[in-house]
Ligand binder design. Structure first.
Ligand SMILES: Nc1ncnc2c1ncn2[C@@H]1O[C@H](COP(=O)(O)OP(=O)(O)O)[C@@H](O)[C@H]1O
Ligand SMILES: [Mg+2]
Length: 509
């Protein structure tokens, strides 16, 4: 990992203070110990529980002071604990030289005027005494007084290849512990795991992988879902973002040929399978069109075919739950989505969140603005799939060219798609096809949406059952005749939709 290299560079870059914000304290301390543990510079570690300890005099397993060496050389003795921050800093200032001083969880003390002054003085004497202060906390705000003396560093999170290596190492550990048996591993699941653990710190990733291995002594597909759920709980549990388990495959969706093709062409690059950076990362699409024609279903299928988690952003709920905090919550949700990347961010019926009745239009405009700005700047692999039934309420900025990669129009299914959809729903219910003339029923169901076609199959099946028959063409035709599809009721609305969509969208089919 490059952290080792970067940390070394930073510590040696003559900044007197290095600030490391991380949840992985132990990893950083170990890294720095491995860099400087035996080198010419001294290494001291301070905690509020143990005071200042000289690493060169401590065991490798902990921070406790053990014999050996000459404590007075470093001005540290057991008799004089330096738990008090100011006492410790005073000691560093007066009697420690050429050392790296790791201050663990020092953030609560830094704002005290005297403490801050001492920190500043130590930093200012850097060229005389050669001491580097390293603050290691999960979060720390650097006071302005010392800002110019500080350099900050964020630990990198492991790459997919590194996570893959962690999985391999953990599997080997399992093998060794189990008398050299070989862990049962589903290769596809491992690949998905490595993909889905991206964005987590090394220690979290390790913990999740161990759980996945030890819960059933194998790495299987079910681990992928469990790990994703755990990851989601870790980063987004209180947000308006929810984890959706219900991904489907495109084999469950009839029609949508153009969309399927579009996604297939980009899958490889979105997942960055070969590290190619020449292609723009796909950002998102909008599926717009007639109700009941499979927009929501297709959105879920995007996650399914790309093998990535589906995160649902409940746009409508923003206003209900968090009155007053709307924009902050959407920003947090987007941040969580980033840390869950690669993922699909599904915004279903986006128009409802934008024009939510009584919410003031200023707020809803800003919410949309936040989303659009984020989309434009977003460099992570979060693919937005927005759906909409209604064009009337869609603000023009949302559908302007360049916002989304593509706007797909989802029309009523044509005869071939109707055949596919009918066949899918018949097959799904384990019904035999031998008495059904699919071509005939597909032609007869002109103007039916996917949802209505499904309903036809369901009702016809009941009717045949009641008559003691196997589902057949006549029963389906009978249902078709009895249904008044939405397209008839909403003829005018669909006409307007098509008109609007003509030069603004491409067909999803
Ligand atoms: N193209 C399709 N292929 C298969 N099933 C479909 C299709 N379109 C609609 N359906 C069925 O109708 C249901 C409702 O569709 P949905 O995706 O919610 O439509 P929309 O979001 O466009 O209103 C789906 O869950 C599915 O069972
Ligand atoms: Mg829908």
């Amino acid at each position: 990992m490059t952290d080792r290299h970067n940390l070394k560079l930073l510590i040696e870059s003559h900044f007197p203070i290095v600030v490391l914000e991380t949840h992985e304290e132990q990893r950083v301390v170990d890294l720095i110990k491995s860099l400087y543990g035996k080198k010419k510079r001294g290494l001291q570690v301070w905690t509020a529980s143990e005071g200042l300890k000289n690493h060169l005099l401590t065991s490798t397993s902990g921070l406790s002071l053990k014999g050996g060496g000459n404590p007075h050389e470093y001005g540290v003795t057991q008799a004089e604990p330096t738990i008090d921050p100011d006492t410790m800093l005073d000691k560093v200032k007066k009697s420690i030289k050429d050392s790296i001083i790791l201050l663990l969880d020092f953030h609560p003390y830094i704002d005290d005027p005297k403490t801050l002054r001492l920190v500043k003085e130590i930093a200012q004497q850097y060229y005389v005494n050669g001491n580097t202060l390293v603050f290691i906390s999960h979060q720390i705000t650097v006071p302005e007084e010392i800002e110019r003396l500080c350099v900050s560093y964020h630990l990198s999170v492991p790459s997919q290849a590194e996570i893959f290596q962690i999985i391999v190492d953990e599997a080997k550990t399992w093998n060794a512990k189990n008398g050299n048996q070989t862990l049962k591993v589903d290769k596809k699941a491992v690949k998905l795991l490595a993909q889905n653990l991206l964005g987590l710190t090394t220690s979290d990733a390790k913990r999740f992988i161990r759980n996945a291995i030890y819960n059933d002594d194998a790495i299987t597909h079910s681990d992928v879902t469990e790990v994703m759920e755990a990851k989601y709980k870790l980063v987004a549990k209180d947000s308006i973002l929810s984890f959706d388990y219900d991904t489907v495959n495109f084999s469950n969706v009839g029609g949508f040929h153009a969309l399927k093709d579009w996604l297939n062409k980009r899958k490889h690059f979105f997942l960055n399978a070969d590290g190619n950076t020449q292609f723009d990362i796909p950002k998102g699409i909008m599926l717009l069109g007639v109700q009941g024609c499979g927009k929501s279903l297709a959105a879920k299928a995007v996650a399914g075919v790309w093998g990535i988690p589906l995160m649902r952003l409940d746009f409508g709920a923003i206003y209900d739950k968090y009155i007053g905090n709307t924009e902050k919550n959407i920003r947090e949700a987007l941040q969580s989505a980033e840390s869950l990347s690669p993922c699909v961010l599904w915004v279903d019926e986006i128009e409802k969140g934008i024009n939510s009745g009584d919410a003031d239009s200023g707020t809803s405009g800003r919410v949309l603005g936040t989303l659009l700005t984020w989309m434009a700047e977003n460099k992570s692999r979060v693919f937005v799939v927005a759906t909409a039934n209604d064009i009337q309420s869609l603000p023009p900025e949302l559908v302007r060219k360049g916002r989304m990669d593509e706007i797909f129009f989802v029309d009523l299914p044509d005869v071939d798609s109707r055949k596919e959809i009918l066949s899918l729903h018949i097959e799904k219910r384990d019904i035999r096809f031998d008495k059904i003339n699919l071509d005939q029923v597909a032609v007869a169901s002109e103007g039916f949406s996917g949802a209505e076609l499904e309903q036809v199959v369901v009702s016809a099946r009941y009717a045949s059952h009641a008559d003691g028959e196997q589902l057949n063409t006549e029963k389906i035709l009978e249902e078709i005749r009895q249904t008044k599809p939405l397209s008839v009721v909403m003829d005018k609305h669909i006409g307007q939709l098509r008109e609007w969509a003509r030069d603004r969208t491409v067909s999803a089919n």
